[in-house]
Write a protein that binds this ligand. Structure first.
Ligand SMILES: NC(=O)c1ccc[n+]([C@@H]2O[C@H](COP(=O)([O-])OP(=O)(O)OC[C@H]3O[C@@H](n4cnc5c(N)ncnc54)[C@H](OP(=O)(O)O)[C@@H]3O)[C@@H](O)[C@H]2O)c1
Ligand SMILES: *[C@@H]1O[C@H](CO)[C@@H](O)[C@H](O)[C@H]1NC(C)=O
Ligand SMILES: *[C@@H]1O[C@H](CO)[C@@H](O)[C@H](O)[C@H]1NC(C)=O
Ligand SMILES: *[C@@H]1O[C@H](CO)[C@@H](O)[C@H](O)[C@H]1NC(C)=O
Length: 315
């Protein structure tokens, strides 16, 4: 009897130590990545990666904020998205505000493999130091909905896969060889907190973001010895068109603030939320909204209410 208690208390003690170590590791990592200004790599390090940055989805939201922040830190910027007049306007604004050079490439990432030949040709000869794989879309418009509750499910599914997954893989293929030959370069992939679990009513989006995160972390390990820095950024809510512009506050970030804080974490970790507020929210999420709860009928109603009150996403 007594020896059984000994075994149980040993198991208890080991579990406690393990939990404490995990918490300590999380706190130490958070302090290092978000709170120690002297740990940051700074603009000279970023600039030394190469003269140009390429940002996909660069005319709005987080991508636009990354483009401006990278130019402010001394890089020339290639902007890629669908609307040429928005691209030219944004490029002029970056040249005026930050005095860097710009190029624009008009492309629709819902198109398949055939769009990448042009992009590759346009990037020919540019020393690309930083690639931000930012472009993404939700499924069938910015609303929470079931898989078949949209006008053209077949096309919507293909669009999400092309825009959120194929774009990142192909853009990385295009710039990685020159980065490897120079033994330097940074690739940032915008994932999402939604990548950490499956999310009912956001099935395609959340699964596509899980691909981004998993792929990024694996390729990060493959290419770290070759001098390439890869980072998966998984934000919570940022006030953009995708989230129907909710009011910014302690939980919801402005894209400009988010991009600045996220760029400060580059080179410190390959897997970040991007800012301290979102790191804390991500840490608390399993407690507040555990995955098993989301998959119960009342759990998914709760999720709908919570996100609905933060953002105008419910129909
Ligand atoms: N906002 C959030 O709360 C949040 C949270 C987690 C993760 N994220 C991730 O952060 C990234 C940026 O999100 P966001 O909120 O900034 O998005 P957004 O406001 O919708 O901006 C999307 C940008 O991509 C361009 N774009 C959209 N569809 C395109 C297409 N098919 N081809 C080419 N360009 C296209 C848009 O410009 P045009 O319309 O001119 O093409 C715009 O510049 C995404 O990867 C998203 O998943 C966002
Ligand atoms: C491009 O953006 C401009 C400015 O926002 C808008 O007026 C125009 O309708 C857009 N063009 C297309 C083809 O969406
Ligand atoms: C914002 O999102 C809506 C819904 O997806 C889309 O129809 C609209 O074109 C977007 N607006 C801009 C400026 O990107
Ligand atoms: C992003 O994903 C690409 C795959 O297209 C991968 O090669 C790259 O290392 C990833 N980058 C980051 C920063 O995780």
């Amino acid at each position: 009897m007594e020896s059984r208690w000994d075994v149980l208390s040993a198991v208890g003690a080991i579990t406690c130590v393990w939990l404490l170590l995990r918490v300590a590791w999380g706190v130490a990592r958070g302090v290092y990545v978000y709170l120690l200004p002297q740990a940051r790599r700074g603009s000279p390090w970023l600039r030394a990666q190469g003269a140009w940055a390429v940002v996909t989805g660069a005319t709005g939201g987080i991508g636009r904020a990354y483009a401006h922040e990278l130019a402010r830190r001394g890089l020339n910027v290639v902007l890629i998205s669908r609307n040429l007049s928005k691209l030219e306007l944004e490029a002029k604004e970056i040249e005026r505000l930050h005095g860097r050079r710009t190029r624009v490439i008009q492309a629709d990432f819902t198109g398949g493999l055939q769009i990448y030949g042009d992009i590759e040709a346009e990037l020919q000869g540019l020393e690309v130091g930083v690639l931000v794989n930012n472009v993404a879309m939700t499924y069938g418009g910015n609303k929470l909905k079931r898989l078949l509750d949209c006008e053209n499910p077949a096309k919507s599914m293909m669009d999400v896969v092309n825009c959120n997954i194929l774009s990142m893989v192909q853009m990385t293929r295009i710039v990685l060889p020159q980065m490897v030959s120079r033994r330097r370069g940074v690739i940032v992939n915008l994932s999402s907190v939604a990548s950490l679990r499956s999310v009912p009513l956001l099935a395609m989006y959340a699964a596509s973001k899980a691909f981004v995160r998993s792929f990024s972390l694996a390729v990060a390990t493959e290419y770290r010895p070759l001098g390439i820095t890869v980072q998966a950024v998984s934000p919570c809510v940022v006030s953009t068109n995708m989230t129907s512009h909710p009011t910014p506050g302690p939980l919801i970030k402005l894209p400009e603030d988010f991009a600045r804080e996220a760029l400060d974490t580059l080179g410190l970790s390959s897997d970040v939320s991007g800012c301290l507020s979102h790191a804390l929210q991500t840490l608390l999420m399993p407690v507040v909204l555990p995955e098993w709860l989301i998959h119960t009928p009342w759990g998914s109603q709760l999720l709908l209410k919570v996100t609905g009150s933060l953002m105008d996403l419910s129909e």
